[in-house]
Design a binder for this molecule. Structure first.
Ligand code: CO
Length: 139
């Protein structure tokens, strides 16, 4: 049995959903569930436009590609629309990322980097994470 680590997640920051039509998805959540846009941003380095819909202290993050070679465009072409990743809030992105590496698990980002709305983020590889793309989010 492996030793357990102290809990590094403090909240679920966001659930990210890849969509073809951002406006249609925003309208769906607003009209159906009353979830409204709290923040919108184009993250040019990732080739995505995102809309964050606030739900209590967490967000629904609707993602759409801004160019054909972005990872989200490739994801949509391969898998279609749907759940893309889970963002877990952490106190210290670097500490959480090192914890993943210390266990010998693969990461996508070797070091924390800037995310949307001023956060610091790092992605963990889904292959070692039971099929879920994990984003570590430090506010
Ligand atoms: Co995210």
């Amino acid at each position: 049995m492996s030793e357990t680590s102290p809990l590094l997640f403090t909240e679920i920051d966001h659930v990210a959903i890849a969509v073809d039509d951002l406006e249609a998805a925003i309208n769906y959540y607003a009209d159906t569930f009353g979830a409204e846009v709290d923040h919108r941003e184009v993250v040019e380095s990732d080739g995505v436009e995102e809309a964050l819909l606030k739900v209590a202290d967490s967000y629904i993050q609707l993602l759409t590609p801004t160019r054909e070679d972005s990872p989200v465009a490739k994801y949509l072409a391969k898998k279609g629309q749907g759940l893309h990743h889970i963002g877990y809030r952490v106190a210290d992105c670097g500490v959480a990322l090192e914890a993943v590496k210390a266990q010998g698990f693969r990461v996508i980002d070797e070091a924390p980097r800037p995310g949307s709305r001023g956060t610091t983020v790092a992605f963990v590889h889904p292959k070692d994470a039971f099929g879920t793309l994990i984003e570590l989010v430090e506010e």
